[in-house]
Structures are given as structure tokens and as C-alpha cells.
Write a protein that binds this ligand. Structure first.
Ligand code: MRU
Length: 348
């Protein structure tokens, strides 16, 4: 495949010792792996953002269930299915917005119901399937999304949606990888994505590692970038898509969608169907995580605001479906999303 040259990174690896995660809190300056041996550690790693990004959280939680089953079965081979409920709850409580977390836990829970004897080999195989299916979906979305781009042109992306945020290859960044490989994209603008700097630290790192030209901007520069005609598309991922096509994603996505529509720039959302929550009617009902004030009040451990200043730190926002030109899933592309079109896509 032409874009394999632009796809080197993987951040989630299973070994006999446990689950290995590339520590995203330390990138790009330090490349360090964390080994997790139990479900509690996995939940803590998700909460602390050792791993982040909706599909990556789902894949990680699936492996967390394998660790939970290993421990519970070793303790009480006859009772492990009821005992594991506590671990499922601990994992589910780690972060609230990315529905892939709950999707993966539910898939693993249903899968384990049918098991007898030592559950670990079968549950590990199922977690690996979730992981591999996510990469396959990303590659499929890469092809579908790239085909929408009439290039060569430059695009703007937000947060990190790449191999670090998924099982591998990425959602929005997967489209960017595929389109760059196909000559449809010639350069990428990434915004820094305050306060956690996923764009500056992670997206810029991934693209540099994979030899795709990247230019970092502050979020405040996005409108001027669009006004000057420097980008044709904004391409983002999602943490949860409601049944009507409203899209929850990293805080700042909504502003980009409003700005893009004003300037005639197209807006693409790339997410697997494991991110679509047909039980949520519209974006207003999506739970939005609020994170610590310290993420805003400090930078690299240094206080940047006066001691008595407070901060408000919603981690996600909701972009209304009417501002979205295309939702790209592994099942197909939904242009100008609506409830009817989302239902048809999910049924296909
Ligand atoms: O808080 P994060 O870093 O987990 O938020 C990640 C995002 O908002 C991504 O855009 C989203 O999960 C899609 S990633 C494929």
C-alpha cells in the first residue's frame, strides 16, 4: 500500500507480562512504555491519559477486561463472572465522553457470558479482534475520506486522532495519511489543542515520525488560516456521535466548524461506528467531561495564571450536525448528516 511508509507508530501492545502503553503524557520528548498488570491500573492509566483518544480507550479497556478475568479466575474459578462486574464498573468510570469505552466493555461482557473454563485465552483473542478491527476500520475510512478530497491541498486537523488515539493508523489522521499517500493532501496544519496540547505534542510528533509535512498553529490562528484560503478541509475525529449526527469531540472543534462554514471550508468527521451512539438522540445529551482546572492554569508544570484565578475546563464540545459536511465511518460516508441518514448507515 502506498501509505505504509506513513504508518509506523503503534501505542498499545499486549505481552505475556500484561498491557503495554506508550505513555502519551511524556511525548514527544520522552518515549517510555508503561506496563499494566491489572484492571485497576488500566482504569487509572485511562483517567490519567497515559492513553487517550476514543478508539484507543476502547481497545485499552478490552485488554483491561482480559487482566480482570485473569485475576478474578485465579482467585475464584467458580465466581469470576460475577466478581468481574466490579472491574467493569471501575473501567467504565475512568472517562465519561468517549462511547468506545462503553462499547468495548459491553462487547467483552457479552462475549465472556458464553465462556466456560479458563476465560483468558478466548478473552485475549476477542480483545485482539477489537484491536485489529479498529485498525481495519481506520484503513477503510482512510480510503473513503481521502476520496472526498479534491487535491492536492492543505488541511487543518484538531487534537490527536492518529495511531496514538486508536488501535493504529488513525481516524482523521488516517484519512490524512491515506490522502497524503495518494497525493490528495500536500500539507497539514495542526492546531496545538489547548490545554493538553494533543496537537502540538502528539499530532506533530506522529506526522514528523511518518514523514508528512506539518505546520503547527495556535487555535487563534485558525480563522485567519481559513480566510487566507490556505486549507480546503478541516478533518477531525469524534468521541461520540449522536443519532442525529451531532458530534462530540475535543474542545475547540465546534469553533472550527463554525469558522469553517463561514469561510466555505469543508468539515469532515472521521469515526468508526463504535463511536456512534444511537441511544443518544442529540448532542445535548452527550456527557461532557470536565477536567482539572490545573490543566488550564499551568503549562508544563508551571503556573501561568495568578494564584487566585479560576479556570473552566470542559474537555469536549458538541458540533451540530448542520455544520458537518461529511461523517466518514467504515460502513460508508454520510454527507450532511441527519437522523434518517445515520439510521440507514448503521443498518447497512
Ligand atoms: O481527551 P482526549 O485526548 O482523549 O480527546 C481525544 C479526542 O477528542 C479525539 O479527537 C477523539 O477521541 C477522536 S480520536 C480518534
Amino acid at each position: 500500500m502506498p501509505y505504509n511508509h506513513h504508518d509506523k507508530i503503534r501505542a498499545i501492545e499486549w505481552s505475556d507480562a500484561g498491557l503495554n502503553l506508550l505513555d502519551q503524557r511524556l511525548l514527544p520528548n520522552v518515549t517510555q512504555w508503561v506496563l499494566l498488570k491489572d484492571a485497576l491500573g488500566v482504569a487509572q492509566a485511562i483517567r490519567d491519559m497515559v492513553v487517550r483518544g476514543a478508539p484507543a480507550i476502547g481497545v485499552t479497556a478490552a485488554y483491561g477486561m482480559v487482566l480482570a478475568a485473569r485475576d478474578r479466575y485465579a482467585c475464584s474459578p467458580g465466581e469470576w463472572k460475577s466478581a468481574i462486574a466490579e472491574d467493569i464498573q471501575t473501567l467504565a468510570d475512568s472517562r465519561p465522553t468517549a462511547v468506545n469505552l462503553f462499547w468495548a466493555l459491553e462487547r467483552m461482557r457479552q462475549f465472556m457470558e458464553g465462556l466456560s473454563g479458563d476465560p483468558v485465552p478466548a478473552m485475549l483473542a476477542e480483545a485482539r479482534r477489537i484491536h485489529e478491527e479498529d485498525i481495519a476500520s481506520n484503513r477503510q475510512m482512510g480510503e473513503l475520506g481521502a476520496a472526498l478530497i479534491d487535491g492536492p491541498c492543505a488541511v487543518l486537523t484538531h487534537c490527536n486522532t492518529g495511531s496514538l488515539a486508536t488501535g493504529g493508523f488513525g481516524t482523521a489522521l488516517g484519512v490524512i495519511r491515506a490522502a497524503y499517500g495518494a497525493g490528495r493532501i500536500n500539507s497539514v496544519f495542526a492546531d496545538e489543542t489547548r490545554p493538553w496540547l494533543q496537537g502540538a505534542r502528539l499530532t506533530a510528533w506522529e506526522l514528523v515520525e511518518d514523514n508528512i509535512p506539518v505546520t503547527l498553529i495556535t487555535e487563534g490562528a485558525a480563522a485567519t488560516l481559513m480566510k487566507q484560503g490556505k486549507v480546503k478541509w478541516v478533518i477531525v475525529g469524534s468521541d461520540r456521535i449522536a443519532a442525529n449526527g451531532d458530534v462530540a469531540n475535543k474542545i475547540g472543534t465546534y469553533s472550527l466548524a463554525v469558522t469553517a462554514r463561514y469561510h466555505g471550508v469543508k468539515f469532515m468527521v472521521v469515526a468508526p461506528t463504535s463511536t456512534v451512539d444511537m441511544n443518544i438522540a442529540c448532542g445535548d445529551d452527550i456527557p461532557i467531561e470536565e477536567r482539572a482546572e490545573s490543566e488550564v492554569l499551568t503549562l508544563a508544570g508551571q503556573r501561568i495564571a495568578p494564584e487566585s484565578a479560576r479556570a473552566w475546563n470542559p474537555s469536549f464540545d458538541v458540533t451540530p450536525a448542520e455544520l458537518v459536511d461529511a461523517i466518514v465511518t467504515e460502513k460508508g460516508v454520510v454527507e450532511r448528516p441527519s437522523l434518517e441518514k445515520m439510521v440507514a448507515m448503521m443498518r447497512s
